[in-house]
Design a protein around this ligand. Sequence first.
Ligand SMILES: NC(=O)c1ccc[n+]([C@@H]2O[C@H](COP(=O)([O-])OP(=O)(O)OC[C@H]3O[C@@H](n4cnc5c(N)ncnc54)[C@H](OP(=O)(O)O)[C@@H]3O)[C@@H](O)[C@H]2O)c1
Length: 271
Amino acid sequence: MKFSTRNCTAIITGASSGLGAEFARQLARDAQVLILVARRLDAMESVKAELLSLKADLKVELVVADLSTDAGRAALVSWVDHATVKPNLLINNAGLGDYGSFASASEDRLKRQIDVNVSALVLLSRALLPVLMQTAPAGILNVSSLASTLPMPDLAVYAASKSFVSSFSEALAIELEPHQIQVTYVCPGPTPTNFSKTAKRDDGTDTNRDGQGLLRIPASQVIAESLAALNSGKTCLFPGLGVSIAAPIFWHMPRSLLRWVLRRRHSQSKL
Ligand SMILES: NC(=O)c1ccc[n+]([C@@H]2O[C@H](COP(=O)([O-])OP(=O)(O)OC[C@H]3O[C@@H](n4cnc5c(N)ncnc54)[C@H](OP(=O)(O)O)[C@@H]3O)[C@@H](O)[C@H]2O)c1
């Protein structure tokens, strides 16, 4: 039997804004229960009010958890253990970046990126796997990034963390197929959300945005394509025309040429 979001019970991490909130809006039509997870309760309450205005009989649960910590992840897992409804979809969407050089990065922001983008995604997938196996056909949707396809100076740890997500998801898709768990990962390009605001440092350091206009699409399109990919059993998605063209170019470009392009872009952004 194939996984479908119809009548699903979904956990969405990072559902207080951006892509996570949009996942919730677009799943509201099909889902029975949405379990929103993030640190900011007030922002999730606003999303919940919006969801209930779209569908009054939707069940929306809010779980406040800092997924960068063992305690926060354990709180979510314990919530699921004690809940009467069990999820059959896990959307690992929470994530953050940090614009600027590695040399000037704060240890705290480096660690938080790895804790949320990598550790939370892996450990929640593992901890919730028994439940997903029970409720199969089930799904895991991991939010990676176009940044997973190439090294990014001044966004080095973020891009590497998303490379991890893509590689991990490819392997998991094969391992979990016999258990009727569909694993899909999506690699969006630049998308207007709160991502940039969070990624900017206190000194105002920004990222190099040259060429981003060709890749940018609205969050609504990223999520519509992502859910379509999940429902059609696709493993990997590069949403939008620009991103779907850019990704194979980055992949197939000789490493020496890619290094030359990246070095040039990096030195120009310092002028
Ligand atoms: N926007 C882009 O250009 C873009 C492109 C490619 C990939 N992505 C990926 O898309 C995903 C969603 O990001 P977004 O663009 O929607 O950015 P966003 O608007 O900043 O949303 C990030 C979400 O992650 C949550 N989050 C961050 N740290 C957390 C923590 N420690 N514990 C629990 N939740 C946490 C935030 O909630 P709280 O602050 O309430 O905790 C928020 O809901 C990320 O994985 C990002 O890497 C974004």
